[in-house]
Design a protein around this ligand. Structure first.
Ligand code: ANZ
Ligand code: ZN
Length: 801
């Protein structure tokens, strides 16, 4: 009889063996087919690993282990996205160098990941805060700078009042800082910007060539927000000034009844003298300045505005004079900051017109303007529009754009919602930006040979009160000479945002120790693209977009061999607390993975996280569920006591074996880890029913289970004395024909009435089936048989008199 399964001994034992053997070290062996599986590297926070981390890591560990068994050279790496605010804030509070904080946190994370038995190649571990790593982050920045894609600009940025740091639009969620939840205000600062907008079209087009889950594609497209329309010049009456607007519906030009400019629009100041209600205008401008773009753009909010008394505009297509208003629903940061209002067909204009009693003219038939019901008619026939009358919307758009271009009063125009990426942070714990500011020469890039430009040691990590980085106080470091003219110059003191290091880290894993290049050409050619990348939905519009942008730039510069970095992208759902709420200290529903590993074992945790529910959906933690998975593994362990010497599959389970191999193989590829595990549970129930499992069945079974539960299966493999280690085994194959059940049950009838059933083989000959049937109902055959009917695979009917 086997002992009780002791996960504490077994798991430690195999982790050590795998380490000693360097079981998962991967060579750049270019002769083998490669597979590159990637999960988002973590930020090593002070809290350590949470139970959300193992979900994606286990999923791709399963894929990686299966691929190795299928003969691939598999790269499954891990590293640390270690720059960032929480570490810096902790360092400030506790007066410990962020380097030390990072080192401690990394060590803790690494131990925790190690305890989970992942098949990472630890020889390729990377850390974004290592100067040998950020050397190349800085190098890419210099390339971007030289290509004109990095520039400095005075701009109103999102400023977190608590973190004292500028945030990208993507980091502002519902008007507050994504990290700390504090108020975000607008502040004008000189910032380094990256021209991601130049890649807007390429970032959309590239999505056609990759295999991303649909919701990821959709959200990237929406974020980039490509919009096609026209710009049109309206004349400001009595002035030289033309008021240029952007519209997606130039076909509705005859329906314009007023115009709206953003409260920040420069024409307002310019015609100050003409505006009779100046005080009201100023008051409105001040009110609008307090709101974020997010609040202002909200559809549901009550419309407000002030008319510019004294200024009017002329509609260029019909010469009509119309009023000009200011309202905060028009943003200065989109299009031209001014709109033509068509209240009959634009919802915000409709609400505004209703509130201020402005006229509404229908120009696309099919709506219900008369009955006060707003309808946005995107297809329909144009009415009330002179030479456009009778045209369909699409044709009218073409015709009016031609008309505007001919007259020189407008043209076709494409706009994007995507903004350039605010790339500087006034903080310490980030990559120094390798630029020198010279009064004579402007911004001068550091020589590549000067890289890495290392972070200086500072006494305090506190950001300064004027919002400059703590590095700004390090005059020894800041003051330098200009590489261009040799005159006195100053180093840039802003650092890069956390998104910098993660924008290219997957390239570094292919060749992590290279000192001549970010990675060798050979390594990049062999390993790219990443075959499967899994990560959180929350990174879809940030990291995923940024890294695709950098990659496309590097591709255009012939540094990487593929135009897209990731061939496949999937996303996992969150793990919530037992009460269905997000896990957090304040809610008291946090589960610590260390506790689960200690009490139930890493294999149980892995199995449970894969069994918890559909991978893409969020799921609530359940201690009972954890226990259930542990019971399953105990049952697997106990199978030892019923193993026969037979190396084949038993005939009654042959179909089931082939079916299970087929299902597990397919489910591991399609995010259906939960149903794969369920089918393995069903299979061992069959073994238990018979109280017997052949050695052949057992070997296949533990091989299938190995990617999910690598420790227990390795131990069982060694107990049974199979050759080598299970991680080196070959993935089981199935025979498609054998997955079809051949034994079937059919009814046996006498004169059309069912009297019993028999089990037959699908292919069994008619005579044999009838003989079996007659035997089954022998006691009921009392008359003379006149006919014996067999409908193959369905029924036997004996007709008697
Ligand atoms: C007239 C019109 C008629 C419009 C109609 C829409 C429907 P997207 O698709 O997001 O690009 N717009 C233009 N610039 C704006 C700004 N700076 N702030 C707020 N709104 C602005 O939306 C483009 C439409 O949003 C434009 O087309 C304009 O309203 C408005 F039946 O012009 B439209
Ligand atoms: Zn100079």
């Amino acid at each position: 009889m086997s002992e009780v399964y002791n996960h504490k001994i077994v798991e430690k034992k195999w982790q050590k063996v795998w380490d000693d053997e360097k079981a998962f070290k991967v060579e750049n062996d270019y002769s083998k087919p490669k597979y590159y599986a990637l999960v988002e590297f973590p930020y090593p926070s002070g809290q350590g690993l949470h139970v959300g981390h193992p979900r994606p890591y286990t999923a791709l560990d399963i894929v990686a282990r299966k691929r190795r068994m299928q003969g691939y050279n598999v790269l499954y790496p891990m590293g640390w996205d270690a720059f960032g605010l929480p570490t810096e804030n902790y360092a400030i509070k506790n007066k410990i160098h962020p380097k030390v904080v990072t080192k401690n946190n990394v060590q803790r994370f690494k131990e925790q990941l190690h305890a989970l038995g992942y098949s990472f190649d630890w020889d390729r571990e990377i850390n974004t805060t290592d100067p040998n790593y950020y050397h190349w982050t800085q190098w890419i920045f210099l390339k971007l700078f030289k290509a004109g894609l990095a520039y400095k600009s005075e701009m109103p940025i999102n400023w977190c009042t608590s973190c004292k740091v500028g945030l990208a639009n993507e980091e502002v969620v519902n008007g507050v800082c994504e990290r700390c939840g504090s108020e975000v205000v607008r502040k004008v600062k000189s910032q380094w910007m990256l021209k991601i907008t130049e890649y807007a079209d390429k970032l959309i087009e590239g999505l056609d060539s990759v295999d991303y889950v649909e919701k990821v594609k959709v959200s990237q497209k929406n974020w980039i927000g490509k919009s096609e329309g026209a710009e049109v010049d309206f004349i400001v009456k009595g002035k030289e000034e033309k008021l240029r607007i952007y519209t997606t519906r130039p076909d509705t030009l005859f329906g314009v009844t007023y115009m709206v400019v953003s409260p920040e629009h420069p024409m307002i100041e310019k015609y100050k003298e003409d505006i009779k209600n100046w005080n009201a205008v100023v008051e409105y401008k001040e009110m609008a300045a307090k709101k974020s773009d997010f609040e202002r753009a909200e559809l549901a909010k009550e419309k407000t505005g002030v008319v510019l008394d004294g200024l009017t505009a002329i509609n260029p297509v019909n010469g009509k004079e119309i009023p000009i208003w200011i309202s905060d629903y028009v943003l200065m940061t989109y299009g031209t900051g001014a709109i033509m209002a068509v209240p009959a067909h634009d919802e915000r204009d409709w609400e505004f017109a209703k509130k201020f009693g402005l006229p509404i003219i229908e120009v696309v038939a099919g709506g219900d303007v008369q009955n006060e019901a707003f309808t946005n008619v995107a297809t329909g026939t144009i009415v009330n529009s002179d030479f456009l009358n009778g045209l369909e919307v699409a044709d009218a758009k073409k015709k009016i754009i031609e008309f505007l271009s001919e007259k020189g009063i407008g043209e076709k125009k494409v706009n994007f919602k995507l903004r350039d990426w605010v790339f500087s942070r006034q903080r310490y714990w980030g990559e120094p930006i390798p630029i020198i500011a010279c009064d004579k020469c402007g911004y001068v890039p550091l020589e590549e040979s000067e890289l890495p430009l290392e972070l200086p040691e500072v006494d305090s990590y506190m950001p300064t009160d004027n919002g400059e980085s703590p590095i700004a106080a390090m005059t020894d470091w800041v003051n330098t000479t200009c590489p261009c003219c040799g005159g006195p110059a100053k180093r840039e003191t802003d650092t890069m945002p956390q998104w910098a290091g993660s924008s290219w880290y997957f390239l570094r894993y292919t060749d992590p120790d290279n000192n001549e290049a970010l990675a060798s050409k050979e390594a990049l050619n062999y390993w790219l693209p990443v075959d499967w990348y899994n990560g959180g939905m929350e990174h879809t519009t940030l990291h995923l977009l940024y890294s695709r942008f950098w990659h496309k730039f590097l591709y255009d510069n012939k540094i990487v061999p593929t135009s897209e970095p990731y061939q496949k992208r999937t996303s996992h759902g969150m793990i919530l607390g037992e009460n269905g709420e997000k896990m957090s200290k304040s809610r008291g529903n946090v589960v610590n993975p260390d506790d689960i590993i200690t009490e139930y074992g890493a294999d149980t945790l892995r199995t449970y996280e894969m069994f918890i529910g559909a991978f893409e959906l969020s799921a609530s933690w359940s201690e009972d569920g954890v226990k259930g998975c542990r019971r399953f593994l105990d049952r697997v362990w106990k199978l030892q006591d019923m193993i026969t010497d037979d190396l084949e599959y038993s005939s009654d389970l042959e179909t089931k074996m082939h079916q299970t191999i087929k299902k597990v193989s397919a489910d591991f590829e399609s995010l259906k880890y939960n149903t794969a595990i369920a089918s393995m549970m069903a299979l061992i129930n069959e073994f238990y029913k018979k109280n017997q499992v052949t050695k052949g069945e057992f070997k296949t079974f533990i091989t299938l289970l190995n990617p999910v539960a690598p420790h227990i299966t390795e131990e069982l493999w060694s107990i049974l004395g199979f050759e080598g280690k299970i991680y080196q085994a070959t993935w089981p194959e199935f025979d498609e024909e054998k997955t079809v059940e051949n034994t079937i049950e059919i009814a046996v009838q006498i004169n059309g009435k069912t009297k019993g059933t028999i089990a037959i083989n699908r292919e069994e000959a008619k005579e044999d089936v009838i003989a079996k049937a007659k035997e089954e109902i022998a006691d009921k055959l009392t008359g003379t048989i006149v006919k014996e009917i067999y409908v193959p695979g369905r029924i036997v009917n004996i007709v008697q008199k």
